[in-house]
Design a protein around this ligand. Structure first.
Ligand code: FAD
Length: 465
């Protein structure tokens, strides 16, 4: 991956707006640029678009949408921004947080009304730190279905997506103005295309073990659960152009991936009363802190595994999620009529698990205080029959990246934007500050979708100015 400074380079063809990466960010940016009247081309390294977006649950937080209002849910962009900043202890750029929260609702409604993408509200539980039900998903509630919907919207809108086009080189002049890119085809041939504006939507560096080791050493040996094609290209190109790179130590981890099956087990189970225990049958953390930071305590347990313990009521809640159903059909979910029977099925020490469940029952009844600080009251206590699933922790995606302003323009060290470079999603500095605990559920797709829209709109405006 390189940047070549060549102000005089000629390209066989030049497009007004070029987008690198066909995940949620890239496709939303392309739709926005098209709606603003610009011709747009998306280059995608894989044979078909997908990215981490297709691997995700596809839940997008957005505030004050008509989908919320129809259900009587009270929310506002300010409330969403406050929730995000509370989670990251005020470490994210407030200008960008405010901008993405402000456009989050209108962006979901625009995707629904203008581009025919159906959305529902994810109900039944609140993620850590969320003060309102505001996760929007396509009815299938999967990232794959979200990507299918976005691709079909792009096809209808006349967005050109060139797959199997792995961008390797940016050509720029010395002012940092990108003039075009070079890309490699699967047969090894090279092509080039010029552009008037470039949107970097090629995500973060989770698929690059060397960069993960450098920036996130604690996750160097963890399972990577995101898209392997995300190699840190945006950050490396941006840095070579003089862009500011921030929060490279931030990421979304997860403390609940069924092992050995490798399937995400929804954190809704924890939020509604479930607990995690280790091989000794004892709890080791406050499960309500957040699923992202929970990756570290889980990795610290013997064998780098934990067991999610819950009951039949929560099993029903889990069945509302495609990946949970898949885990169930593969036999990952264990059952037991009593704590002792469950312990035997899972190979956990019976007396310890019995004691742990008795202890959390007392907390649920308001008797005694959880030493880890979790409030068990207000949720139903766990009752027989019980369920369990063995989980490990994983790195889902990285949150550090190119600093952008409220128009998704990439900022240079001077504090001013680079002339024609935009970034969003995993390519941009996230909304989570510099730490794993700063990740607020949904920050990933929130940034992909809203910064994608802002980037596409601003890029089209630039080429028309
Ligand atoms: C299991 C899982 C569940 C998740 N669930 C959620 C959720 O419910 N809600 C949420 O908010 N977030 C979730 N996330 C995070 C979310 O998936 C990401 O934050 C989001 O998808 C990032 O979108 P993106 O468009 O920036 O990147 P991606 O969707 O990864 O797209 C980037 C694209 O760029 C392409 N690319 C990379 N380099 C090049 C190159 N040099 N040339 C051409 N193309 C290139 C890649 O192939 C890829 O298609 C989840 C993540 C995982 C792993």
């Amino acid at each position: 991956m390189s940047v070549v400074f060549d102000a005089d380079r000629r390209f066989p063809v030049t497009v007004p707006v070029l987008v690198i990466g066909a995940g949620a960010c890239g496709l939303v940016a392309a739709l926005a640029a098209r709606d603003a009247g610009a011709e747009v081309l998306v280059l995608e390294r894989d044979a078909s678009p997908g990215g981490s977006t297709a691997l995700s649950s596809g839940f997008i937080p957005a505030a004050y949408t008509r989908f919320q209002r129809e259900k009587g849910i009270v929310d506002s962009p300010e409330q969403l921004a406050a929730d995000i900043q509370r989670k990251n202890h005020g470490e994210a750029d407030p200008r960008v947080v405010d901008a993405v929260c402000r456009v989050s609702g209108p962006t979901i409604e625009w995707l629904a009304d203008r581009h025919g993408i159906a959305f529902v509200i994810v109900e039944g539980f609140l993620y850590p730190g969320h003060s309102a039900l505001r996760m929007h998903a396509v009815p299938e509630k999967t990232g794959t279905a979200l990507m299918t919907a976005l691709q079909s919207a792009c096809a209808s809108a006349g967005v050109d997506i060139l797959a199997s086009a792995h961008v390797t080189t940016l050509y720029a002049d010395r002012s940092g103005r990108v003039r075009g890119v070079g890309f490699k085809r699967p047969d090894g041939s090279q092509d080039e295309v010029g552009c008037d504006a470039l949107v970097l939507a090629c995500s973060g560096f989770g698929g690059n073990p060397e960069m993960v080791k450098r920036h996130l050493p604690e996750m160097a040996n963890a399972l990577y659960f995101g898209h392997v094609g995300n190699q840190g290209d945006a950050v490396n190109w941006g840095a070579a152009l003089g862009a500011v790179v921030k929060d490279m130590t931030a990421y979304q981890g997860h403390g609940s991936v069924a092992t050995p099956h490798g399937i995400l087990i929804t954190w809704a189970l924890m939020m509604e009363g479930g607990i995690q225990v280790n091989a000794a049958g004892t709890r080791f953390s406050n499960e309500h802190s957040g699923y992202s930071e929970q990756c570290l305590p889980v990795l610290a347990q013997s064998g780098r595994v934990a067991w999610n313990i819950y009951d039949a009521r929560l099993h029903q809640l889990g069945l509302g999620f495609e990946d949970y159903r898949q885990a169930d059909s593969l036999g990952a979910i264990k059952r037991g009529d009593t704590p002792a029977a469950l312990a035997e099925t899972c190979g956990l020490p019976g007396p310890a698990l019995v004691a742990t469940l008795a202890e959390v029952e007392r907390y649920a009844l308001g008797e005694g205080r959880d030493p880890f600080g979790r409030d068990f009251t207000g949720k139903s206590k766990l009752v027989p029959p019980y369920c369990a699933v063995k989980v490990t922790a994983a790195l889902f995606h990285t949150q550090g990246g190119l600093a952008v302003d409220e128009h998704a323009r990439v900022l240079a060290g001077t504090g001013y934007p680079l002339p024609n470079l935009f970034a969003g999603g995993g390519a941009a500095r996230g909304l989570s500050g510099a730490h794993v605990w700063g990740y607020f559920s949904g920050n990933g797709l929130l940034s992909a979708v809203t910064l994608g829209r802002l980037a596409g709109t601003a890029a089209a405006k630039l080429v028309h100015s």
